[in-house]
Design a protein around this ligand. Structure first.
Ligand code: A2H
Length: 255
């Protein structure tokens, strides 16, 4: 943890259907979003799913302009102090949900060109005290995301345990978004293979994989998709972030 506040970009992922406990929200279709906290908004082109913690406590909150946000309680409190709720300092929770209630919910994310519809899936290493407790999954560039997705693809039992249908997982493939001189496209996939990482629980090796890829992706990466293809990640990131904020597809968030 550094000193001073961390700035995240919250990506607004639109909820497309309202199964189970979310049924009460169906009349607000189009205004209901899950908010994912990311430091790398320029990787959104490669999103294949979103992660939540199955046993985590989440809430459905009133946002601005009649919008509804599904986030952790901790994030709701912080957002209410950052002028992102109708009443300052008073987040209004309209429904309590567990991560389990969100499994398999279909979403539409900004910038996702390859997949029009992605799903909420379980990741056991999601922290409820960081960001929104909702994470965008980009298996090309995040070793955690790559192992989380490949665990679900490999293990039918794991999908069954969390009520995840095959079609929520099996059709989704790594989508390269940037290239790094040392690793080429899809650095996370490559490094997970090089280090022979077995699962999302392989904490020590995953730390190593993250050290190998994150900084290089940002400092040496070149975008290969989207409007800024051919430009350095460092240059494209602030431009893509600005566009997402201006189009209303993202929110700045500090903690
Ligand atoms: B990043 P920091 Cl492609 N629990 O987004 C676990 N991980 C979380 C989280 C939570 N509650 N909230 C956010 N994160 C992840 C993309 C990405 C990210 C890529 C490459 C690197 C990267 C796709 N996932 O982060 O501990 C999110 O993953 C590099 C650190 O606050 C978020 O950005 O520094 C990052 O961790 C924030 O981590």
């Amino acid at each position: 943890e550094g000193v001073g506040p961390q700035e995240y970009t919250l990506i607004k992922m639109k909820v497309l259907e309202f199964p189970g406990k979310l049924e009460a929200l169906a009349p607000q279709e189009g205004k209901v979003f899950m908010l994912a906290a990311t430091l790398r908004p320029e990787t959104m082109y490669g999103q294949t799913n979103a992660w939540v913690l199955p046993d985590g406590d989440y809430g459905v909150y009133e946002g601005l302009n009649g919008e509804i946000y599904i986030i952790s309680k901790h994030a709701a409190r912080n957002l209410s102090y950052q002028d992102q709720t109708p009443e300052f300092g008073k987040p209004k929770c309209v429904l309590n949900v567990k991560g389990h209630d969100l499994m398999g919910v279909p979403l539409k994310s900004p910038l996702g060109e390859r997949y029009d519809r992605i799903y909420v899936l379980p990741l056991l290493t999601v922290s409820l005290s960081k960001g929104t407790g909702v994470v965008t999954s980009v298996p090309s560039d995040s070793p955690d995301d790559y192992m989380g997705l490949s665990d679900l693809k490999k293990k039918a039992k794991l999908r069954e345990k969390f009520n995840i249908k095959d079609e929520h997982v099996l059709p989704y493939e790594v989508v390269p978004v940037l290239t790094i001189p040392e690793f080429g496209d899809a650095a996370a996939e490559k490094v997970c293979a090089m280090l022979k990482i077995q699962s999302q629980n392989d904490k020590v090796k995953l730390e190593e994989a993250k050290k190998m890829t994150y900084l290089k992706g940002f400092t040496e990466g070149v975008m290969t998709v989207g409007k800024y293809a051919g430009q350095k990640v460092q240059d494209a990131k602030p431009l893509i972030k600005k566009e997402l904020l201006e189009s209303g597809d993202a929110i700045v968030y500090f903690e």
